[in-house]
Design a protein around this ligand. Structure first.
Ligand code: PLP
Length: 196
């Protein structure tokens, strides 16, 4: 399977295209490698990476190894809903201090809670980062760790949130980190217009 086939396997089920959105397919043998590459390439030494308070601990190892800090926001509030207030205040604080912000979100089937960001929560998250990205001196990279996407009840509809990335500005980079059984030596960054 080549990189385009990888993308198609995720995206050709979708009705929309991702025209205008810069997407990176990190074709690493392991997700940890994909996440590490993004942290290395889309932030500076000394920057802080943002993730949720419940997280797969190698995220912090990756940050240590690459000379970054890791900060967390509260993932959930009492009704098992995405805590947009906590997320928003951390995003704003970090962007006030640094020009490159890498955010790691593990969904669907977050480890360890099993929580999945809903479509309406994705809309709120995207609205927020689009608003912040109006400052063109900033680059926001959203790494979505979809490690467990194929263990959801319906792995096809679990991919529907990807449709939302079609109209993002070019200073927002989306990365899907997924386990693959193959290795590809390069990251493929493509405007997906024309390849779907
Ligand atoms: C949330 C999460 N992301 C990534 C990984 C690691 O994936 P890989 O083994 O492909 O590096 C794990 C493995 O347990 C995980 O729980």
């Amino acid at each position: 399977m080549d990189c385009l086939a990888f993308w198609r396997s995720h995206l050709n089920i979708l009705s929309g295209t991702l025209a205008g959105c810069l997407c990176t397919c990190s074709c690493q043998r392991r997700r940890a490698g994909a996440i590490s590459n993004v942290v290395w390439n889309y932030s500076n030494v000394g920057d802080t990476i943002l993730t949720h308070d419940w997280y797969w601990t190698p995220y912090s190892t990756i940050c240590k190894e690459t000379g970054r800090y890791l900060e967390t926001f509260d993932l959930l509030y009492e009704e098992m809903k995405f805590n947009l207030n906590s997320f928003s205040s951390k995003v704003k604080n970090l962007l006030a201090k640094q020009d490159y912000l890498v955010i790691i979100l593990n969904s669907p089937n977050h480890n360890p809670t099993g929580y999945s960001i809903s479509d309406s929560e994705w809309d709120e998250i995207i609205d927020l980062i689009v608003e912040e990205a109006k400052d063109l001196t900033k680059t926001i990279t959203l790494v979505i760790d979809i490690a467990y996407i194929d263990y959801t009840k319906d792995p096809v509809s679990a991919r529907s949130f990807m449709e939302k990335f079609g109209t993002l500005p070019s200073n927002i980079v989306i990365e899907l980190a997924r386990k693959t059984t193959w290795a590809c030596p390069v990251d493929v960054r493509a405007s997906l217009k024309g390849i779907l």
